[in-house]
Design a protein around this ligand. Structure first.
Ligand SMILES: *Cc1c(COP(=O)(O)O)cnc(C)c1O
Length: 374
């Protein structure tokens, strides 16, 4: 696997064998079947979790699978005060032969490492990240719902656990992975959503943490999301923090546009946008479908003009949780405008299906994106 040993000279666990302490009273099979028949998103958790600890003496050590439980934590732990925290989100899918596979876990490992570096945290070696998510999927495969859109959503995260109120990078970290049985993010598949274009709040500034997957980015986006909800919209769309003009992304999803000349475009990764793995996968799929693909800035006024002239035919949001979500309408302070017919567009549906078919093992995987676990 990718060695980042030259980047990380700190000691790492010499063996990544996970000690398994099985749950003494796991959820009984019949109860689990009931829970995962209609799990929604992020409410049904499995029996176990992974934890790995870091300190300067032992390096990464104490890799375990234990019953999922509350953390005992000192009230002076650094994360509770200065939010030195990062996370990831990825899914394990049931394969047609009954096995299970992860989608591009090495890409999540690399992004987790980049997030750690931005937040001045000690990076977890990529291979340990990948082993940890494989280990939890192996342990909890029975929790993958066998329903349309079902998956085991994995949430790796890392927190600063040093007990100290001084402002500096923590010298101790706790890494954990929890797992949640999930169904389709939006009930009824992928209806078109309405976006509220936030003109008061921004998500990320140049030089800031926009490209890191850290909890702080979400905390600061919640007020804008609440405004979107008040405005009767489903999600918030953020503009760039400098000119308040260029479209960046949603609170937790990237954005794409489909034009009447058959081309598609998404904002470029300039450091203020989270580099989505779904985004990257769709760029590859679109190119291989023969679509002309651009990563270029797109101003909200131009977007509105293009929607009104008919040049802009479709828009969609993308991310691991909801995969691909059509955008039907955008609303801002001085009015709303519809995109295309206001419903799911053809190219959106085609890209969505192509990605889902690979993820679920229903189509060949020419890019080697699936990593079989069982
Ligand atoms: C996680 C995330 C995304 C989507 O990334 P994926 O790898 O596709 O799940 C997009 N934007 C933000 C802000 C995110 O945190």
């Amino acid at each position: 696997m990718h060695q980042n040993a030259d980047l990380d000279h700190r000691p790492t666990a010499s063996t990544h064998a996970f000690v398994v302490e099985p749950h003494p009273t796991p959820v009984p099979a019949n109860e689990r079947t009931g829970l995962i028949a209609n799990p929604g998103f992020g409410r049904v958790f499995t029996d176990h979790m992974v934890t790995i600890r870091y300190n300067e003496v032992a390096g990464w050590h104490d890799a375990k699978i234990t019953p999922r439980a509350a953390f005992q934590m000192d009230s002076a732990s650094a994360v509770l005060h200065y939010a030195q925290e990062i996370f990831e989100g990825l899914k394990a899918y049931r394969l047609p032969d009954g096995g299970a596979a992860l989608f591009r876990p090495s890409a999540n490992a690399a992004r987790f490492r980049a997030s750690a570096e931005r937040m001045a945290m000690v990076p977890l070696p990529d291979e340990l990240f990948v082993e940890s998510v494989r280990a939890i999927v192996r342990q909890e495969a029975d929790w993958i719902p066998d329903i349309d859109g079902g998956a085991l959503y994995l949430r790796p995260f890392m927190i600063a656990s040093e007990v100290f109120l001084g402002v500096k990078p923590s010298s101790e970290y706790l890494y954990a992975v929890i797992a949640s049985s999930v169904g389709a993010y939006f009930k009824g598949g992928a209806p078109a959503v309405t976006l509220w274009v936030s003109q008061d709040y921004t998500r990320a500034a140049p030089g800031g943490t926009g490209a890191a997957k850290c909890g702080g980015n979400y905390a600061s986006s919640l007020i804008a999301q609440a405004e979107a909800t008040r405005q009767g919209c489903d999600q918030v769309l953020f503009l760039d923090a400098v000119e308040r003009r260029l479209i960046e992304e949603l609170g937790g999803m990237n954005i794409f546009f489909v034009f009447d000349d058959g081309s598609i475009a998404t904002p470029p990764l300039t450091g203020t946008i989270l580099p989505g793995i779904t985004r990257d996968s769709l760029l590859t799929l679109a190119r291989d479908m023969g679509l002309s693909v651009r990563e270029e800035p797109y101003a909200i006024d131009q977007c509105r003009a293009d929607a009104e002239s008919g040049r802009l035919l479709e828009a969609f949001a993308c991310g691991t949780a909801a995969v691909v979500t059509p955008i039907g309408t955008m609303k801002m302070r001085d009015g709303a405008f519809q995109i295309g017919g206001g419903g799911p567009g053809q190219t959106t549906q085609r890209l969505r299906q192509a990605l889902i078919d690979i993820q679920r093992g229903h189509a060949p995987d020419p890019y080697g994106w699936l990593e079989r676990v069982i």
